[in-house]
Design a protein. Structure first.
Length: 143
């Protein structure tokens, strides 16, 4: 009985410390430049990009990450001030998001070769399907 109790206490301590470590890891925010660099490197590995393509895609990803950070800050400020968006504001945000996705796709089509673009599209579709199912999770290294 003592052994079982010791084992359960040990398991609870380990899971609790691991959970706290994971929470601390999630709270670290990457800068837009760091996000853009990581995203570009992932794409370079996936699509075998040359240097010119990497530079062009980095600029796109950095611009996208800056806009994302700005949006996150506005949402954060609205929550702190307890301001609810109107239906027109929500519509405009969603419309702007879709327009930026269309522009990003067009820019990617110009930068990538035909084969690379097709591979990128297939990857994006697969990622979206997994995300919709709730199964897509970004791989993070936990130490």
């Amino acid at each position: 009985m003592k052994n079982i109790t010791k084992f359960l206490v040990a398991v609870l301590l380990l899971t609790g410390s691991t959970h706290l470590h994971a929470q601390a890891f999630k709270k670290v925010l990457l800068t837009p430049k760091q996000k853009a660099t990581l995203q570009t490197k992932r794409m370079a590995l996936l699509l075998d990009l040359n240097e010119n393509q990497q530079d062009a895609i980095y600029k796109l990803n950095e611009k996208r990450a800056v806009h994302q950070r700005e949006f996150q800050e506005t949402v954060k400020q609205r929550k702190l001030n307890n301001i609810k968006p109107t239906s027109d504001e929500i519509f405009n945000v969603k419309l702007n998001h879709l327009n930026s996705q269309i522009a990003y796709k067009k820019a990617m089509e110009e930068i990538l070769s035909k084969d690379q673009f097709e591979k990128w599209k297939k990857y994006r579709i697969a990622k979206l399907k997994h995300k919709q199912k709730g199964k897509f999770k970004t791989k993070r290294m936990c130490r």
